[in-house]
Design a protein around this ligand. Structure first.
Ligand code: NAD
Length: 446
């Protein structure tokens, strides 16, 4: 559904009206297009004394063809402000953040990037360092709300020993692929990333299964993973067969008609994957989902059961079947699609929010047990994304969903798909148990 307000606000007359009346001002976000460079201007890199990440970052950016400015120059616009805060050992040293961001705050381009890197508080040697590192979240989340103009701001915690595992994340965050991701905390573990031969096609040779792929976010995920080199199996219910075939064709993939709530769905899916030329699967994206909204007092048991069944029990059963038959390969990726409703709760969505909070629980509880098998499990939690699902919302709620975030607009299915493609990359091997919101830093669940 077209966002008429955003189109108006970006027109000549609209810009004047929006400014005069102080209305929400949705910028045109820089989104990735094939062939785009990572950034279009130099990056400013700063560090607290004693940090361990500046040198790896400088090298990585240089190898990626990104210019790191030797020093700040008045009047120059930068594509990103990156600050290595791993050297901050106690609260007295937080001042280094102010000293870096205060003078440079106005020097970012539209859709610029702020990235602060720290150490997971639970990986620090003691409470004072843990406290200071935890403080970083307040800074990055506030900058995301303050800077506007499509600027995103993230905190990336890197475990000691994880210095080599940063590249896929920095590339994602700097590029237009992360246009609608802001205010997030990403945790990179100490594991070694798998080298990526071609960053344009990091998923070459991988087989990806995408559920709920006939339309909306699932269709975008299928197309994005295929663009990045994966062979795709697009799965959806038989009733969506025509649309599903269209999506599968558009990404030279295969269509699989299956109702995931059927009793034998996991075993049929496992049989299909086992018999295929790949004899297993590398990437599983649990995207299929439904809403059946009513306040709990008015909700029928049927509505409760169907939402929990599709959104949570089906992914659990599929995981159990594929993992017990060893069909998810080492280096594999399982990616759940949660929702900010699962974080913040939502009126009229007790069933949906319960199921989506459950997806987060599934990811967090399974991550440690899958790590020894070389499989990562993460979730994305979309906010308001422009799809058939949100087009059905009452207009008041729809407008609130669109505007109550740092971007003053809804996200696109491609924004969720790009985030999933980053988590699916071989370079993201050290990232597991994360929940990354794709919500433009929505005020809900903030
Ligand atoms: P959508 O309704 O457009 O698409 C969902 C797809 O899942 C449909 O094609 C549907 O046929 C399929 N599906 C439903 N039940 C199935 C089953 N039993 N077996 C197989 N396939 C089944 O929804 P969307 O907006 O594209 O959302 C995709 C995912 O993102 C869902 O999990 C949704 O909860 C989540 N999400 C969406 C938003 C948003 O703003 N659109 C926000 C947060 C989370």
């Amino acid at each position: 559904m077209a966002d008429r307000y955003a189109n108006f606000a970006n027109s000549g007359l609209g810009r004047t009206v929006v400014k005069r009346l102080g209305l929400p001002d949705p910028p045109r976000l820089r989104r990735f297009r094939a062939g785009d460079p990572l950034v279009t201007a130099p990056v400013l890199l700063g560090a607290a004394p004693g940090g361990r990440l500046s040198e790896p970052i400088r090298k990585l950016l240089g190898d990626a063809g990104v210019e790191v400015a030797p020093s700040f120059s008045e009047g120059t616009k930068y594509s990103a402000l990156i600050f290595d805060a791993t050297g901050i050992g106690d609260s007295s040293q937080l001042r280094t953040l102010f000293d870096f961001f205060h003078p440079y705050a106005r020097s970012l381009l539209v859709s610029g990037r702020v990235i602060v890197l720290g150490t997971q508080p639970d990986r620090t040697p003691g409470p004072r360092e843990a406290t200071a590192q935890r403080s970083l979240e307040g800074l990055t989340r506030s900058i995301g709300k303050e800077f506007g103009r499509g600027v995103t701001s993230q905190l990336v915690y890197v475990a000691p020993g994880g210095e080599t595992g940063l590249e896929s994340t920095l590339r994602f965050l700097l590029s237009g692929r992360s246009a609608y991701v802001s205010g997030q905390v990403i945790r990179i573990g100490a594991g070694t990333p798998v080298p990526v031969a071609d960053w344009e096609r990091p998923l070459d040779g991988k087989l990806a299964l995408v559920t709920g792929a006939a339309r909306g976010i699932g269709a975008a995920i299928a197309r994005t993973l295929a663009r990045d080199g994966a062979d795709v199996i697009a799965l959806d219910v038989p009733a969506a067969g025509d649309a599903l075939a269209g999506v599968a064709n558009s990404c030279s993939g295969r269509a699989l008609q299956l109702d995931l709530t059927a009793g034998d769905a996991p075993s049929r899916l496992a049989g299909y994957l086992a018999a295929g030329p790949h004899a297993g699967v590398d990437i599983v994206v649990h995207n299929a989902g439904i809403t059946r909204d009513k306040t709990i007092a008015k909700m029928s048991a049927d509505r409760w059961d169907s939402v929990i069944g599709v959104n949570l029990t089906a992914p659990e059963r599929v995981n159990a079947e594929l993992l017990s038959r060893d069909l998810v390969k080492s280096g594999g990726r399982i990616i759940g699609v949660a929702s900010i409703a699962g974080i913040a709760g939502n009126r009229g969505q007790t069933n949906y929010a319960t199921s989506k909070a459950g997806v987060i629980g599934m990811v967090q509880s399974m991550a440690p047990e899958l790590e020894p098998r070389g499989i990562t499990i993460n979730a994305v939690a979309p906010g308001f994304i422009e799809t058939a699902m949100t087009a059905k919302m009452p207009i008041g709620l729809r407008e609130a969903g669109r505007r109550l975030n740092s971007m003053s607009q809804g996200g696109l299915p491609a924004d969720v798909a790009e985030t999933i493609a980053w988590l699916a990359s071989p370079g993201s091997q050290p990232i597991t148990g994360n929940v990354v919101r794709v919500c433009g830093q929505s005020l809900l669940g903030a």
